[in-house]
Structures are given as C-alpha cells and as structure tokens.
Write a protein that binds this ligand. Sequence first.
Ligand code: SF4
Length: 388
Amino acid sequence: MAAGALPAGPAYGFGLYVHWPYCTRICPYCDFNVYAAKDRDNGALVQALRDDLARHARWLPEHPKLGSIYFGGGTPSLMAATDLAALLEDAEKLFGIETGAEITLEANPNDVLSADLEGWAAAGINRLSIGIQSLDEAALTFLGRDHDVSGAREAVVRAGRHFPNHSVDLIYARPGQSPAEWETELSEALALGAPHLSLYELTIAERTAFGKRAGRGELVPMPDDDQADLYELTQQVADAHGLPAYEVSNHARSADVQSRHNLTYWRGGDWIGLGPGAHGRLTIGGQRIATHAALKPADYQASVVETEKPVGETLSPIGNARELLALGLRPDEGFDAARIEALTGTPLLNDALETFMEQGLVLREGTRIALTPEGRLLADRIAAELSP
Ligand code: SF4
C-alpha cells in the first residue's frame, strides 16, 4: 500500500450504481429486490433517482470523476432511453464522467430485440449485460424466463452490432443438468462471440419460489460435488475458447473488457448506490460509510424527499477489513494484505493462510494474496477462514 493511501476508497475506483427494481415478471430463483412492473407511471421513481444523485453530490463535495456507471436491477432495460439520458446528464453535471468510462445497462433479451439500441447508445450506454441465462428451451421454462433460445441468440448478435463491449449471463448447475449438456450449452454461448461472460451456479435462496419448492421437496438442488465438477468443466471450456476467468464467476477475452464497475467493488473502491435497496460505499473525512436505501420503491421515493442525506453507517476498521478481504479474494489479481493489516493492526499471515498456501489454494507474492484456480472454487470458505 502506498504511503499515505487509505486502505479503501475512491483511489481504487469510483462508480455509480442505479437499481431499477421492476421486471415484467418475477423469476422463481430471483433473490434480488424486485417488483412486478404493472402498468405504472415511472416518473416518480426516475425523479427520486435524480434527486438522490443530487443529494449525494451535496454530501460529497470532493470526489474524482465517475469511472463507471451501472444500471442494474430488476430490469433497467425497461427504462425509457430519455430517463437513462437524463440520469447520465445529471451524473456528468454533478460528478463528471471520465472519458472512456464504462456505462453498462443490464438488459433482458426481449428488450434488446425490441429496443432502439441506437437510442441507448445516444443516451450514453456503451456496454450491455444480457441475461440470456440458458440456451436450452426446457431450462428457460424451468427458470421462468419470458424469452426463448432463438430470442437469446438473436439478442446477443444484435447487441454485438451496436455494443462491441457486451456480456452474457448464464446460469448452470441446474437440477439434473449433465456435464455433457452444460459443455454443449456453454460452447454454443461462447460461439456467439461476446467478449465477456458471467457464469453463475444456480443458488436456491429460501425466500424465493424455488426455495419454497425445495422446502417442500419438489425441487432437489444439484449436489455440491456435482456442482464443483461443473465449475471445473466451466473453467476448461472457457479457457479453451480464450475467455479465462478473471474472477470467480466472470470471464473476459482481454483485460480491457473486464467489468470495470465490478472491479471497483472487488478492489475496495467507492460507489454511489441509487434506487430501492441499493447499497453504496463512500469515503468521507477518512471514514468509510456504508449507505443503504429503503427497499420498497414508495419508501425509497419518500425517503429521498424527507432526508437530506442518504442513510448510512460508518464501517468499523474490522468490518472494513473483512469486506476488503472477502471481495479482494474474488478477482485473480487478489489483494494487498498491507491494506487489511493497516485496518486491523495485526499481520494477516496466520496458520490458515499457510495451510491454504501448502494446499495450493492461495498464492502469496510479497504482500499480494490471491486464489489459485483451484482455490477459486472454495472462495467463500477460504475468505471465511482468513477473515480477521
Ligand atoms: S429478470 Fe432478473 S432481476 Fe428480474 S426477476 Fe428475473 S432474475 Fe430477477
């Protein structure tokens, strides 16, 4: 860590996250803060997002320009291009946006097919993250998606024509999925040519429709060992196609198309979180503040009007250190142990770290600590055991 530098903060990246909480329908595995997009007037929520950005600017008089902006959700591709443009114009006026900043819109395939992609580009979007989730018709039905396989394929091809920098999301380790089926599906997805892939194992959270079905014994998750086998297969297939993992679940063709916004999270940078349920991390007066917005859209909209400052708590040094370690282990670049030690006041080198190094799960070069490809599979357990 450079002398005088803080262990976390905008020196490691500065971004803006905007959460759009509505979806045309709610997928049975989804554990995000989402709501069905009935016929509604979005104007009040868009105004609240703009007001929230303005109050962040009043609260944060000193900051660098934004290096990344990410519209996530929910389904932000349901937002009007004029609303995206208005938020981006505000961001430019209030914070400044770096030349070449990454500006991502998460998009559902059906929206990519029906939207005016030039309109998105004109609004300032320069990267799409497309949630195709599967290239298997039965799996798309199982996952409750409202697009089909041909729509998923066409959406990626159409996106690529307008946005060379685009990413595709897939969900694997579904109940009963065989290695051969996954290998075929992943190879087909790679052949679509996206320079970035996010490949997530299906997780079944208790409060979701899948969680309830699992609780009743109607859905049996894939056993852990089988999931681990599919994870390893994923690495082999993606490596062979020239998209190695640069993070536990994320693969990129080259460093310039790695997700700059997500790297800010993993590197311990700062970001503003706007929208219902959004979290942020901001460094003010040397303190790292964790902000969190009200979950329900109506409560969020009211809170922006009623409170001058976003709601947040100062992270304790130990809380900050734990978070830096858990997130810093995820990318293959790892993290600088000196940043953790500056917060805890004690060396991170402990028996658990030595053991993981002997097992070939963790690498150490100077003060930099990173997972090996074998260690990535156990990222959460390793983070928990190394945690200060
Ligand atoms: S579209 Fe995405 S955010 Fe919306 S319910 Fe489905 S998984 Fe969740």
